[in-house]
Design a protein around this ligand. Structure first.
Ligand code: ADP
Length: 634
């Protein structure tokens, strides 16, 4: 062993300590994945070197044959992985192997429950990478040197996976990284050629560079020790370059885990080769679960970009719109230049046409999933539905397609689950129904019981119930689907069109005429609080309701804007009353102006409460109500 200098002991970042602890306790049932994770890192390191060497060929000095070697020592109980990739400097080792750079990690850790099964899922989504070495090893030594730096600038990193690690500067002749795992007692099964070979075949066959294992050959004549020869055990070709028909599902799945740093299989994938004006291959995956940082602004997103098989960059964001940021995959272009940069990607017209083609691919894949695997699509919607709802605003061109993928709760379901698609809604619409009705609100319980739905219930017309925070905003971007326009049932003067019979319409007109006096009296009593008063034809059980003006902001948007500190334009509701309700009849017969005033304000406030709004003057409401209660009991 070479001389070690500048030796120091450093503590792991808190999150690393937590992760190490949890991982060792929750991933014991699938220990062999440590090898996949370390090979995946080695392969990334080689990709990075290959890319950097395009501009600086001298980085390849001492060996341009890029590979990974896995070996073992049965007696010493060690497994060793060696790559001749980009390597790490002392500083790299301290930061990369001592901290976790992902944003939102501390938050993520809080979600861990201590329940090993649940946590192992969460950790899977998080990705454990290098630290998985400690599933099987009680000591890990890393020897590394950054390509291009002097042999004297190697680093030896070592840790028992507890609270701290040691680093020292060493001499290392070859660039790249060698990782030595000192197997825990009971884990020596991994120091075995067959076992390692099988694990590599199972998880890492798709890795595009050779992974070699030693084979013993008989000692040459006159030699005592058998010579070691290396044998490539994986297929060692880029998966996406192979024809679809030759690739097994398992291979697609393992490749996904490698690029997505996910432990779970993907839900679906789409592999394509485009030839013609533009030439590129793409392999796009829909994950099964949402990553923990889906809503973190700085979370990694985008595809892995290759140019003519050479890895160029991770997280190339220009190939997909933001609402599809959960898609993982690779794109390999023959048209881009190898020294393409993020800035160039943002401007290149080639990228625009690739982006629209790839977006369409993803939407097609989701359509297929929804059609062929509705149960799986439900799971997809639970995980990614909120993000898909950003689509219509961002991607005007695909608005109709995205709308078809949306799922909603509705009055025809009973548990508030978002499972109804617009095509399904229209397929079972009432005869003569040429609108798509919806209602937005805070909670499912609130909208489900909203008085706005009374007439729809009576007529058996389905209404979509929208309670996600972004729903009202979403609906402001959707005006129609399949030629049928959307109608907010809490907005404007509800016109049921053909769904109301001629008699209904005539009767309504007559009632409106008969109640003109009451309307005027209410206008005077409610004064400034309302924009308008009118007879309602959407109520069967409730006495009154507040409708939103056709052009006014709804409650949800108002609340969002207010919460973000913006000034919201004043708007007044329309007060609609149900002439058949006993309370309204009573009101109509009320002689005392004071009592009329109190009762109409109570009805107004109740209607606001039923809509999920808060009262402007709650104390006045309570005072008026109590006054009535006292009179009642007197
Ligand atoms: P991730 O791979 O998700 O970034 P890891 O914990 O697996 O997380 O690795 C952390 C970092 O350590 C990597 O991003 C890389 O910078 C560095 N690293 C790990 N293994 C190697 C290797 N074999 N060669 C060079 N760098 C490596």
């Amino acid at each position: 062993m070479s001389v070690e200098t500048q030796k120091e002991t450093l503590g792991f970042q808190t999150e690393v300590k937590q992760l190490l602890h949890l991982m060792i306790h929750s991933l014991y049932s699938n220990k062999e994945i440590f090898l996949r994770e370390l090979i995946s890192n080695a392969s990334d390191a080689v990709d990075k070197l290959r890319f950097e060497a395009l501009a600086k060929p001298e980085l390849l000095e001492g060996g341009a044959e890029l590979k990974i070697r896995v070996s073992f020592d049965k007696d010493a109980k060690t497994v060793t992985l060696e790559d001749n990739g980009i390597g790490m400097s002392r500083e790299d080792a301290i930061t990369h192997l001592g901290t976790i750079a992902k944003s939102g990690t501390a938050d993520f850790m809080k979600h861990l429950t201590g329940d090993q099964k649940k946590d192992s899922h969460l950790i899977g989504q998080f990705g454990v990478g290098f630290y998985s070495a400690f599933i099987v090893a009680d000591k890990v030594d890393v020897f590394s040197r950054r390509a291009g730096s002097a042999a004297s600038e190697g680093v030896h990193w070592s840790s028992k996976g507890e609270g701290d690690f040691e680093v020292a500067t060493i001499d290392k002749a070859e660039r790249g990284t060698r990782i030595v795992l000192h197997l825990k007692s009971g884990e020596d099964e991994f120091a075995d050629g067959w076992r390692l070979r099988n694990i590599i075949k199972k998880y890492s066959d798709h890795i595009a560079l050779p992974i070699e294992l030693p084979i013993e050959v008989a000692a040459a004549e006159g030699e005592e020790k058998p010579a070691v020869e290396w044998e490539t055990v994986n297929r060692a070709s880029a998966l996406w370059t192979r024809p679809r028909t030759e690739i097994k599902d398992e291979e697609y799945q393992e490749f996904y885990k490698h690029i997505a740093h996910d432990f779970e299989n993907p839900l679906s994938w789409s592999h394509n080769k485009v030839e013609g004006k533009l030439e590129y291959s793409s392999l796009l995956y829909v994950p099964t679960r949402a990553p923990f940082d889906l809503y973190q602004r700085e979370a990694p997103k985008g595809l892995k970009l290759y140019v003519q098989r050479v890895f160029v960059m991770d997280q190339a964001e220009s190939f997909l719109p933001l609402y599809l940021r959960f898609i993982k995959g690779v794109v390999d272009s023959n048209d881009l230049s190898l020294n393409v940069s993020r800035e160039i990607l943002q401007k290149d017209p080639i990228i625009d046409s690739m982006k629209s083609a790839l977006t369409k691919r993803v939407l097609d894949m989701l359509e297929k999933l929804a059609k062929n695997e509705p149960e799986q699509y439900k799971g997809f919607w639970k995980n990614f539905g909120q993000v898909m709802k950003e689509g219509p605003a961002e991607d005007f061109a695909n608005k109709e397609k995205i709308a078809g993928l949306l799922r909603f709760a509705s009055t025809h379901g009973d548990d508030g689950e978002q499972v109804v698609g617009l095509a399904e809604y229209l397929a079972r619409a009432k005869e003569g129904q040429d609108k798509i009705y919806y209602l937005t609100g805070e909670t499912y319980a609130q909208v489900k019981n909203s008085p706005h739905l009374e007439v729809f219930r009576k007529k058996g017309i389905e209404v979509l119930l929208l309670t996600d925070r972004i729903d009202e905003w979403l609906m402001s971007y959707l005006s129609d689907f399949d030629g049928k326009s959307f109608v907010d049932v809490a907005r404007g003067d509800l016109d049921l069109g053909n769904l109301d019979s001629e008699e209904d319409k005539k009767a309504a007109q007559e009632v409106a005429k008969a109640k003109e006096g009451l309307v005027e009296r209410l206008k005077t009593a409610l004064g400034d609080s309302v924009a308008q008063v009118r007879v309602s034809h959407r109520l069967t059980d409730s006495p009154a309701i507040l409708a939103i003006g056709e052009q006014d902001l709804g409650l949800q948007m108002r609340q969002i804007l207010e919460a973000s500190g913006q000034k919201v334009p004043d708007s007044k509701p329309i007060f609609e009353f149900n002439p058949a309700h006993p309370l309204i009849e009573k009101l109509d017969n009320e002689q005392s102006d004071e009592r009329f005033g109190d009762l109409s304000h109570i009805l107004f406030d109740q209607a606001a409460l039923a809509a999920g709004d808060s009262l402007k003057d709650p104390a006045a409401y309570v005072r008026r109500l109590n006054k009535l209660l006292v009179e009642l009991s007197a």
